[in-house]
Write a protein that binds this ligand. Structure first.
Ligand code: F6R
Length: 366
């Protein structure tokens, strides 16, 4: 049932091209220049009249929410707040009838997320679910929703759920932007065409697996790791660090690259591998100067770069390439090598990749 793979996690990493395609199939109609999402169409007024969007989730799903914040604000100009469900529900949050709450959950059973939904409903907000498990508690509790079509995710570490959540949320943002008129026909078309090219580009990113495995061998005995990214790739840095922590038990932290000089740079020495997302589209020059700062403090650098990059190649100890893509869609590609890196390191350390200690696939208690 692992389809020839050693672990469910690896199988699920490799399923991403198909999972992403399954998620946009029937929704993304590039030729017609439109997006079909019944859950939005049937509640369009609620979305268009929204004063703001509040996204609630936990863990990896929260990271998908952070990526969505960038996309939604960029494309729709609707203010977005992203909250840990556990913090949101207990802090007497301001919620009005003009709020739209989007809850993201792979399992659809996460206790804190479910409780946040109930709270928002009580206050009159419109609640939209992005779940993977059909008929789950969260899918049933929300007013409307859009499923990710990732298929069953067995590995405790979330992989394909994350990239398909980003896919759904991107489609939602595009659909709303189109309805609001905050994106023009040409921009929308460009997005749709680039989205359709994603599965092939994810496949291409997976071809670097052997290289990622070699790099993993160099760093498998580290006790700390720092992940840095900016803009759309800041949440990817957080997600990369979470993946490493949860399955390899190596302490890792994700940071926005610019925050380094406000503290974490004090940690950097030759013992601290730093993983930097440095794709060409998205604050590239600034990330390059962050890399120079890290290098001058003797840390070893693993950089995720755009194919053909020459500048970072000369600075970093290792580079892993991903295909060129528009900035807003980079998380769908830059996530792939980070998933593989944590997978290989965990395997090399003899960890139980699919069922890490102390973790459960769905967290039904708070
Ligand atoms: C990380 C992971 C967890 C979940 C979190 C939320 O790999 O699996 O952090 O993302 O428990 O779960 P869902 O999405 O089911 O609400």
């Amino acid at each position: 049932e692992k389809g020839g793979y050693d672990h469910f996690m690896l199988k699920e990493i490799y399923e991403q091209p198909k999972a992403i395609q399954d998620t946009y199939r029937g929704r993304l109609l590039a030729d017609e220049g439109l997006i079909k999402m019944a859950g939005i169409d049937q509640n369009l007024e609620r979305f268009l009249n929204a004063d703001r969007i509040i996204i609630v989730a936990c863990g990896t799903s929260w990271h998908a929410g952070l990526v969505a914040e960038y996309i939604f604000e960029d494309l729709t100009r609707i203010p977005v707040e992203v909250e840990y469900a556990s913090e949101f529900r207990y802090r007497n949050p301001v919620i009005t009838e003009k709020d739209v709450l989007i809850a993201i959950s792979q399992s659809g059973e996460t206790a804190d997320t479910l409780a946040a939904i109930k709270l928002a409903k009580e206050k009159g907000a419109f609640v939209f679910g992005v779940c993977n498990v059909v008929g789950s508690s969260i899918a049933r509790e929300t007013h409307a929703g859009a499923y990710t079509h990732a298929g069953p995710e067995i590995g405790v570490a979330s992989t394909k759920a994350f990239t398909t959540q980003i896919t759904v949320l991107t489609l939602m943002a595009l659909k709303l932007a189109q309805e609001k008129g905050t994106i023009n026909k040409t921009q929308l078309h460009e997005f749709l065409v680039e989205m359709e090219a994603i599965p092939k580009k994810v496949e291409k990113s997976l071809e670097y697996n052997a290289l990622v495995e070699q790099i993993s061998d160099v760093y498998k005995d580290s006790s700390n790791c720092l992940y840095l990214g900016r803009g759309y790739n800041f949440p990817v840095a957080l997600e990369g660090a979470l993946k490493l922590k949860e399955i390899s038990y190596i302490h890792a932290e994700g940071y926005p690259a610019a925050e380094m000089k406000h503290g974490p740079i004090a940690l950097i020495d030759e013992q601290m591998p730093v993983i930097v997302i440095a794709t060409r589209k998205g604050h590239y020059e600034k990330v390059v100067s962050n890399i120079q700062e890290i290098k001058s403090r003797k840390a070893r650098i693993i950089a995720i770069v755009t194919e053909g990059d020459e500048v970072v190649k000369n600075l970093a100890d290792h580079v892993i390439e991903v295909p060129e893509v528009m900035e807003a869609l980079t998380p769908l590609l830059t996530t792939i090598p980070l998933q593989l890196l944590s997978y290989h390191i965990a395997v090399m350390r003899g960890c139980n990749v699919d069922q890490p200690r102390n973790l459960a696939k769905s967290v039904t208690v708070e």
